[in-house]
Every structure is written in structure tokens, then in C-alpha cells.
Write a protein that binds this ligand. Sequence first.
Ligand code: PLP
Length: 459
Amino acid sequence: MNHPLRGLPSVNAIVECPELAGLATTFAHARIVESVRAELDAIRAGAASGNGVPTAVEIASRVAGRLQAEDLPHLRQVINATGIVLHTNLGRAPMAEPAARAAYDAARAYLNLELDLTTGKRSSRQDVLRRYLTTLTGAESATAVNNCAAATVLTLRALAAGREVIVSRGQLIEIGGSFRIPEIMGVSGAALREVGTTNITRARDYEQAIGPQTAALMRIHTSNYRVTGFTESASLEELIALGKKHGLPVIDDVGSGALFDDGSIGFGDEPLIRASIQAGADLVLFSGDKLLGGPQAGLIVGRADLVHRLERDPLMRAFRLDKMTLAALEATLRLYRNEDRIAQEIPILRMLTIPLLELRKRAESLARRLGEIKGLVTSVREELAYVGGGSMPERELRSAVVTVSCQQMGDELLAERLRLGRPALLGRVQDGQLLLDVRTLFPDQNDAVVEALRRAVET
Ligand SMILES: *Cc1c(COP(=O)(O)O)cnc(C)c1O
């Protein structure tokens, strides 16, 4: 009797099959050999229970399949049909084309990051953005760090470590991802001096708390919630007057804020950075990847002497921007030179301003195409989309969605299959239906959406 394992191909014979030979540039030889050995061990174990012996090509293609499956990159493109424009879990603001290109160019070659090409001398990377930010906000100086959380820590540490910063109890925010003002204060070494109550804080509450220990007054924009009803809070102007009277800097953490507001975007009550500076705020802090629509960054604008102090702090080195982000941020800020074109050039501002009628047209055309897929039933209706990213919580964005239901499977399974696709497609599941909000789709993604649904239904 022939032993069934007699026909088992050798490791070498398997590795030399074209299925695996083609992977030789991707994987180390040792890793391929190890995977083949593991597969052979599994076959030997299976043979004991009567399984047949596969050929070298069969084994090679099995091993190749497994190696490739294990090797898929973790980060992949997601088509955002959730209707949430600044979706933190999906990377917040997709960048404008020139910004993405600038990051790419910065990544793959040398650049004058810290070199003044006119003098040939060393320069500071912090100088790159100063000109744009001072022009756009009217501030004396500006600098940038990794995100607005870092901007807050750096500012508090440089201006107030070992002393007190006065904040209203109505503004002790949590942004999510464990950014809580009291904890951020703790990290910075500044002591939080809370004043007022949740709903009411008056200027005199701040004034009564001012003492020899006070280093600064801070206003924090309640980005992701509103206190409504019987409420009162000290205005920025009142805080600035108090700061002047007592010789204390006023820090204004606006979170997202807006670089301009001519009414065309509908920024609602997002603070205008330029207005804070004009009112006399000493430092204003805001994010690069919220309504600004750029890369993740924390921007700090205000008094030159204070910005200088922040830049000399050792934490600056830990929080500074890398070359790709800096390049993308410069390219984004350059787009702001022309306010009239901003709503076309910056993707998230484009998404926020698409007219409902156009959204309906897009949804109807997408619904028609999806309806041609066997087993799918689609329709179009109006729903609310959201700005997201902890910005403008009360802003209701009327939007158009394609509702999709599938005869072969429930909405949860369909949503899961779409989520696991490449690219992944994310919608909202609501009342037994999958909703695809077209506001957050790029117009050139329709083919990919149709393809994703076809694959999800057919596999
Ligand atoms: C979002 C936000 C932050 C944190 O900004 P990141 O750039 O996400 O670190 C800080 N403060 C306020 C008021 C915010 O809205």
C-alpha cells in the first residue's frame, strides 16, 4: 500500500511555483518558507484522518492567499455616506487637492523645512505659517502644533505652570477621546480655578477669583454642546477688559472657529478668529482639521511676546508639526487667499454648502443605478446630516439620502459587508434600512458605491 504522504511535494517545489515566486519581492524568503512548512504540517495532520494530498500548485496558491490576506494594510479608503461631514473616526477633514499634493511632495524629497534659502542660514519651521496666519487673522504672530489639545497644553504650561487659570464651570468641556479641560490643566501644571455655575457665570465671578496666584483668564468655546434656558456667561469683551485691568492674558480656545464668515458657508455661532483678535484676546487657539478643512494641527495666534514664549518652551519640540503636515497646512492656508473660491476649493466647505436641490438630484441618480442591482430596492428621501467633529452641534443640515433594502439579507448584514469591502462603504442603519447620505460622497465616488453594493449583494 502507498502511504498517502508519499506524494507530498517538497518545500522547494512549492516555493518555486509561480503563485509564490511572484511574492518574492514582497515577502522575505524565510517567511514564505515558514508559511509553506506550516501548510505542509497541516496537510500531514489532515492526512491522518484520510484527507487527500494536494499538488504543489494547490499548496502554493493556498499559502499565497493566506500571506496576502495577512498582509493587507490596516488603513484603507472609506467612502463616507454617513452624512457626518467632520467624522473624527474617519479622519475629520479630507484635504483639498493642493494640500494633499503638498504633503506628498514634502514626503518624497528634501525641502527647505528649517533653512532660509536666501541667506543659507538655519531658520525655524515655525516661520512657515506665520505670514499666512497673521494676514488671515490680524494677529501679531502665530505658531502651530500637533492639534488643538497640544496647543492648549503648551499655552497653559508656558504661561501658567504652577499658577492658576480661571475658567467658567459652564465651559469645562469634554471633546471626546478623553480631552477634558480639567485633565488637560492637570497635565500642563497649571491649576484650574473654576468660577460660576454650570448655567451662569458673570464677569464679577472671574474678578472675585483673581489673586496673586492668577496667571490667565481662559474662555473655552462649548463646541459640542449648548447650555440653553436660564443662562448667562461673561462676554469675551468683558474678560478682555478684566484682563487689561489686572494685567492678565486672556486665552480664547475656540476649538474650530472660522477664518472668515461672509455668510456664504453658514458658520452659525462658530467664533470668528479675527473677531477674537480684534476684541483683544491675547492668544486664540483653534484646530486645523475642523472647519478650517486642513490637516490635523493646532493653531495659535496672538501677541508676539506670548507666541515667542510658547516657542521657547521645551514642549514645543514634542508638539511640533512634521514636514508633511506643515506643507499641507501651508497649501490649505494659501487657498484662503481667495475667499470667493473657498467653498469650492476646500472639500468640507463644499460639502457644507451643496444646495439641497443638487443633493436630491445626486441621490436620485444614485438610487436609479443601485435599483438596477438584483435584489436591491431603493428610494430617495430627505434626512438631516451633521457637521460633526464637535462643531456646530445645533446646525441642522437638510440632506438627501438613498434608502437601500436588500431582499437577500437584512440591513445589518448588508452594512457589515459594505464595511468590510475595499474600499469600505459606510452609511447609517435606521429603521431596518441602510441610508446613504450623498452630502458626504465625492461626486466621483458614485461608480465605487455602485460597485461596492454589487459586490456585497452578489458574494
Ligand atoms: C476640538 C476642540 C479641541 C481639541 O482640538 P483637537 O484639534 O481635536 O485636539 C479643543 N478645544 C475645543 C474647544 C475644541 O472644540
